[in-house]
Design a protein around this ligand. Structure first.
Ligand SMILES: [Zn+2]
Length: 218
């Protein structure tokens, strides 16, 4: 379904939910983000990605969530959460692997922009996790910076076990949880997380249905 951008008087659960503001609560932000995914799944997005929406959001930004996802071309984050300009910050790396630039970016969004929610979003059939499984099976570490991706994903694969027939899907989940754990203990995030001002949650995207499921719902 097409859309012409902001819809006045948006329906319940729409984009005007209270989580959509800097400094809101993690719970409200998560509800808003998941409501956007339900609009996407139902084929009733309310946000078009047109220049009118871009112009409307061209003042100061007040995003309410940051989503760290994979570079996979089948998982465009603003689309699957039905978010418009200015609503969420998006970071994408292969297999949502962390490095200093990623952590610094999240620290900035949380610390400077007052964003209360960080979501780490993995997805089924992730090629980066598959590459780590293959590298470990072959006993061959790739060259270049690709090695960094494999090195960061490998612990999740090893924890599941290469002998497990479901190693790929299980390692995807384990890797999301490990990434969430790392972020919750990040130097600048641990305090706000412990105080309940910020939540770091893990999710999984289903390529076929478009649905985002929380890995560990509260
Ligand atoms: Zn992926």
């Amino acid at each position: 379904m097409g859309s012409s951008g902001e819809t006045p008087g948006a329906p319940a659960g729409g984009p005007s939910a209270p989580g959509r503001q800097a400094g809101g609560t993690p719970r409200a932000a998560l509800a808003d983000l998941l409501a956007g995914n339900r609009r996407f799944v139902s084929g009733q997005p309310v946000h078009g990605h047109d220049v009118t929406a871009a112009a409307a959001a061209s003042g100061d930004q007040q995003p309410y969530a940051v989503v760290l996802g994979c570079i996979d071309s089948r998982v465009p984050l603003e689309a699957i959460f039905d978010q418009t300009f200015g609503a969420i910050c998006v970071i994408r790396t292969g297999g949502h692997v962390l490095d200093r630039a990623v952590c610094g970016s999240i620290e900035y969004v949380v610390g400077q922009l007052g964003v209360p929610l960080v979501m780490v979003l993995g997805h089924e059939r992730c090629g980066a996790v598959g590459a780590a499984v293959d590298a470990l099976r072959a006993g061959e570490r790739p060259g270049g910076s690709l090695a960094h991706l494999v090195d960061e994903i490998a612990p999740a694969v090893i924890e599941v076990g290469l002998d497990d027939p479901a190693v790929h899907p299980l390692a995807i989940r384990r890797h999301v949880r490990r990434t969430v754990h790392t972020l919750r203990h990040d130097d600048l995030l641990a305090g706000p997380v412990a105080a309940g001002r910020v939540a770091v949650v893990g999710g999984l995207y289903d390529l076929a249905t478009g649905e985002v499921a929380l890995l560990d719902p509260a």
